[in-house]
Design a protein around this ligand. Structure first.
Ligand SMILES: [Fe+2]
Length: 387
């Protein structure tokens, strides 16, 4: 009897050890950099691996009907050996839904030109519906989005606020900074908000991230773009969905670069100047000029006397003042504020979303509507801009 028990325990331990060694997808997949003809899928595996995405049309066929095209995580013709994977898929049709699944195959050894592979992990399509992504469509008549900011790692708050949004009718979600208090580790980022976001929407809904000042801090801060906007040239960017052209600006840190808190690691004055040069060209682009509505997101508002706020006011606002912007959506101050067009030398309205509210926005026809919903699910304010 005793011998049988010892055998069972040994087998269980061996099985547990083996299971632990097995490659797993530990975070994601989630969508990034969704465009009209492209999409990027990001996920994290438990060990160094090669990764790829299989894509199938959303045409009712079984995912297993045929071999689906594979898009590898690769750079300069070599498959990336990493735990962090991002795959950019191009050549897609605008406003079109596709089904996808992701794979990672463990690399057990890479010596000279010999590579050995271990097990493979993937998302499920057998017992579970495959994941879906939908490309953006500038011809779409309306757009709806939710906006969150300053969650500072509070997943319960994120879940509660998103719970008040009708996600079936929401095209995308905007994160406007300070989703964590410090970008110190993968664990902190994913347990802080991204695992929950993936579980609720980010595997199938586009998420557009405007970095806040807190994501600029910490040991992993310089790797921010490995996880968010990995296919974009910069983490400030522009995109069009339906009648709206969105510009996401990165306001960087709030204190001068030389502040003791930053230990000499920051060069945000230079970065904001470089960004202003990009912004001048962006607002002159046809994509921006022809959009019926123009929305700008920026974590730090151009209010108050802190260095970051003054930099936004001096470097970004003069360009935006001439660009026909309909509204700027910001955060950072942890309180609800609304400035009208013309206030503080800013030619367009500025909405500061608090850390306790979610913005629910719809733009349709000649109207932009924003509902501000608090943690109790109560609509505390609304804002309408008519053309
Ligand atoms: Fe902030």
């Amino acid at each position: 009897m005793k011998k049988t028990l010892v055998t069972i325990i040994c087998l269980a331990l061996a099985f547990a050890a083996q299971a632990q060694d097995r490659i797993e997808l530990i975070h994601g997949p989630y969508l990034q950099d969704i465009g009209t003809t492209e999409a990027t899928v990001v996920w994290i595996a438990s060990t160094n691996s090669v990764g790829w995405v299989e894509l199938a049309p959303d045409d009712g066929s079984h995912f297993y009907e045929t071999e689906r095209p594979k898009y590898f995580d690769s750079r300069n013709g070599i498959k990336t050996e990493s735990r962090v994977h991002s795959v950019k898929i191009t050549g897609l049709k605008p406003g079109t839904t596709y089904r996808y699944r992701v794979f990672s195959t463990e690399i057990t050894e890479h010596k000279a030109n010999f590579v050995s592979y271990g097990r493979t992990a993937s998302t499920r399509v057998f017992q579970k519906e495959p994941l879906r992504l939908t490309t953006l469509d500038p011809e779409k008549e309306s757009v709806s989005f939710a906006m969150l900011n300053d969650m500072h790692g509070d997943t319960l708050k994120l879940e509660k606020l998103i719970g008040y949004c009708d996600m079936a009718k929401t095209d995308m979600v905007l994160f406007v900074g300070d989703m964590v208090s410090i970008f110190n580790s993968e664990e902190q980022v994913f347990s802080g908000f991204m695992d929950k976001a993936t579980e609720i929407f980010a595997a199938e809904k586009p998420v557009f991230y405007t970095r806040g000042n807190h994501e600029t801090r910490g040991e992993l801060a310089y790797c921010f773009q490995d996880y968010f906007s990995p296919s974009k040239e910069h983490i400030y960017y522009m995109f069009r969905q339906g009648p709206v052209c969105f510009i996401a600006l990165d306001s960087g840190e709030d204190k001068p670069d030389s502040d003791i808190e930053y230990s000499g690691i920051n060069v945000y004055d230079e970065y904001r100047s470089e960004q202003a040069e990009w912004l001048k060209k962006a607002v002159q682009s046809e994509e921006f000029r022809t959009a019926p509505f123009k929305i700008v997101t920026c974590h730090v508002p151009a209010m108050g006397g802190w260095h970051g706020e003054k930099e936004v006011k001096e470097k970004f606002i003069p360009i935006l003042n001439e660009a026909g912007v309909d509204i700027m959506l910001t955060g950072h101050l942890h309180r609800r504020m609304h400035r009208n067009a013309g206030d503080d030398g800013v030619n367009f309205p500025v909405l500061v979303n608090s850390s306790e509210d979610v913005l629910q926005c719809t733009v349709s026809g000649q109207e932009l509507k924003i509902r501000i919903v608090d943690l109790q699910g109560k609509t505390v304010d609304t804002l309408t801009i008519k053309k």
